[in-house]
Design a protein around this ligand. Sequence first.
Ligand SMILES: C[S@@+](CC[C@H](N)C(=O)[O-])C[C@H]1O[C@@H](n2cnc3c(N)ncnc32)[C@H](O)[C@@H]1O
Length: 394
Amino acid sequence: MTDPQMQEFFTHLRTSLTEKNLVRITLSKPRSKEAQPYKAFVKPAYIKGELMLTFTLKNATNDITKNFSIEAGIAEIERYLTEHFYLAVLFTTENDWLIKSARQGKFKLRATKPTFKEPADFTHDKQKNHAIKRADFLTELGVTDAKGRIAKDMGDKFKQINKFVEIIAGLLKKADFIQENKTIKVTDMGAGKGYLTFAVYDYLVNKLNLQAEVTGVEIRRDLIKICNTVAQKVGFEKLQFEKGYIGNYELPAIDILIALHACDTATDDAIKKGIDAGAELIICAPCCHKQIRKAMTTSETLQSVLQYGILQERQAEIITDTIRALLLEANGYKTKVFEFISTEHTGKNVMIIGEKHGRKVDREKYLRETEKLKREFGIVEHYLERQLRAASEE
Ligand SMILES: C[S@@+](CC[C@H](N)C(=O)[O-])C[C@H]1O[C@@H](n2cnc3c(N)ncnc32)[C@H](O)[C@@H]1O
């Protein structure tokens, strides 16, 4: 590429790809009247995780789509411009750049005011949100910018929100408590900045068109204020955030209890509240596991494992979450434990989900299993066990 105007045109194209303000490139005015394609459009698109240039070639009888890597696509545009078309326009949100073939194989470039205000969709294919219906709450919460692009350092949160909605969607598909005329009541304990609370409301109300009341419970007043302001702004009428301490929050009967990354035994408090409130679904992702870690005494066999801090921490996590799962089972919840998002995005990625089944439960079997585990690890009492026992003795 020796023509300086052509070089400048491609510099503007590369910049628009880096700055994500490219709208599209149009190639037109074929050098010969009958030449096909008679026009071509080029847009950026993520294909299998890679940013590429997608060409739509307009022929008299059909349109053909071809994808090229960025470099191959630029070479293809150059080829079309030198051999096939007289004119190309690079539309960006900053400027339109028109390049025309002139005499003696030279090119003329000129800039005009931008025709378009919105750039092409640069959303990574893996990041496109299919479950999230309304994008405005994500913008208000700072997860995306005004153009719907994922904000800096928010990629992991965005993935987490989408994954969480996907999980909720899967659970609700087979849940018989979801009925058109029923108001679904959801409480999110330790709602934090409300990302997941908003997402679950959006899914129930805007995606499934259900009636739902969603409450976020949080100890931090500043977060409650922000979340209530955003809920009002985006018109999520039945979404509210309340100040409350999970352990003594008076939870009315609800359908879904959520507690994601609530600290240490706050997860246990939330599980207990969910069981007492008759929640059909209890969804939690434990955070730290200090209680068991402190309570665990090293039996002789395990001494060599537990002498290493990180292994002791992991062991405490496993034991705590196993006991939580067993106690949920003992209380009539079919329980699964799984990694809900890759460790690459968050270290706190274990999710415990209890689905109330309404069948007779061999409660003693699960309590015996809990006892056995505790004995093995020298644990006198698990916090959740104590809370549940206190309730049954009242
Ligand atoms: C790590 S954040 C998680 C936020 C949100 N659930 C998420 O996963 O994105 C934990 C939140 O729980 C709140 N929290 C911790 N213990 C609590 C308790 N006992 N009662 C109410 N909120 C609590 C904290 O203030 C914090 O905002």
